[in-house]
Design a protein around this ligand. Structure first.
Ligand code: IMP
Ligand code: MG
Length: 177
């Protein structure tokens, strides 16, 4: 039995995630034909998704990562976001696709869209593995979405609890039993 099975209950299996990531990659391949595309992964949560997705995009993409951390007011994010690792290349005239693990309140993504749009790219779009619509505080247009989930705290496939569980191949919820 895999080590994590005693702590985490599967919500989205590795097989289900991989099948959906392949579909998203194929859709991106179709929709960005002939364009200069940069995948911008948001660290650290998006990393497994970013690397799997990129391998299903059959285009000459470039990959960048950006680190952000949001200030916490109690347990809730305040929407004030700080850049901890910025892009290293100019983005003028490139098509940018932000790759995120999850959109919860939407405050982080709203900040990212505004910040990246100010760099004069050809376009900025959003790709997220997960969305928790019940928690949305701001409206964010999501162009590519893996799964819509209910309001549970999830871990795995990049998502952490206290920096752990990011390496699970599936997305799950912590066991309470
Ligand atoms: P937002 O600004 O509230 O949309 O926050 C998005 C960020 O919160 C994500 O990038 C995650 O790092 C974190 N987050 C939100 N929900 C979860 C969850 O269920 N598990 C792990 N991290 C989460
Ligand atoms: Mg994150």
């Amino acid at each position: 039995m895999p080590f994590y099975d005693q702590y985490v209950e599967v919500m989205l299996s590795a097989e289900k995630i991989q099948a959906r990531v392949k579909e998203l990659g194929e859709q991106i391949t179709r929709e960005y034909q002939g364009k200069d595309l940069t995948l911008v992964g948001i660290m650290k949560g998006s990393l497994p998704f970013l690397t799997d997705l990129a391998r299903h995009v059959d285009l000459p993409v470039t990959i960048e990562v950006m680190g952000v951390s949001s200030y916490q007011g109690g347990t809730e994010t305040t929407g004030e976001v700080r850049i901890t690792h910025d892009l290293t290349k100019p983005m003028a005239n490139r098509h940018m696709l932000i790759v995120e693990d999850i959109i919860d309140t939407g405050l982080t993504m709203k900040f990212l869209i505004e910040n990246l749009s100010a760099r004069h790219p050809a376009s900025v779009k959003v790709c997220t593995l997960l969305e928790k619509p019940s928690r949305a505080k701001v409206k964010v247009a999501i162009d590519y979405k893996g799964f819509v989930i209910e309001d549970r705290f999830v871990v795995g496939y990049g998502l952490d609890y206290g920096e752990k569980y990011r390496n699970l191949p599936f997305v799950g919820v912590m066991r309470t039993d």
